[in-house]
Ligand binder design. Structure first.
Ligand code: COA
Length: 148
């Protein structure tokens, strides 16, 4: 179902942005009891937004907020619930990383929900620091050096 997906970097205002926001709400916020008003981040406009889409529908997304010239934070990683486990999340991360390398970034860190830690480990990310709670669920900090 995801083999024909197209990967596009968009910005807020792009026709696919509403679909990205709806996916983020459905996958990342609604299950935790949050509202649509809780989806946007303060650094939304400064971030890279990568969406996987097909026939006008957004199937998955991942965002990256540059924090300095060398690196930043990967966030809002989501795949539509009925398409999870088919490799789309990994393709999104690899596509984002290739663009980050092209732009000269070398470091990525992220706040991983505990159940997603093995997903990021498969992609070369390593846990660091102590566990903590964010949006009401257990998290771990993870990081990766690109090209290492
Ligand atoms: C986490 C998420 C983005 C992963 O995307 P996905 O498309 O389902 O994952 P993929 O099919 O690309 O998986 C890639 C690899 O990671 C593994 N993997 C994925 N989720 C895993 C999990 N929870 N535990 C163990 N392994 C996992 C897969 O088995 C696969 O392994 P392989 O390389 O041997 O085939 C997706 O499941 C999701 O949106 N979950 C809900 C939201 C969420 O938790 N987001 C992350 C917030 S930090």
């Amino acid at each position: 179902m995801t083999a024909g997906a197209t990967f596009t970097f968009i910005h807020p205002g792009h026709p696919l942005y509403a679909g990205e926001m709806e996916l983020r709400f459905r996958v990342l916020r609604e299950p935790l009891g949050y509202t649509r008003d809780d989806v946007a981040f303060p650094f939304e406009a400064d971030s890279l937004h990568l969406v996987a889409h097909q026939e006008e529908g957004v199937l998955g997304c991942v965002l990256f907020n540059p924090e300095d010239a060398h690196g930043g934070r990967l966030f809002q990683m989501a795949v539509a619930s009925h398409l999870q486990g088919q490799g789309l999340g990994a393709r999104l991360v690899r596509t984002l990383e290739a663009e980050l390398v092209r732009r000269g970034f070398t470091h990525v860190h992220l706040h991983a929900r505990e159940p997603a830690v093995p997903f990021y480990e498969r992609l070369g990310y390593a846990v660091f620091g102590a566990p903590y709670t964010e949006v009401g669920v257990p998290h771990r900090n993870m990081r990766k050096t690109l090209g290492a």
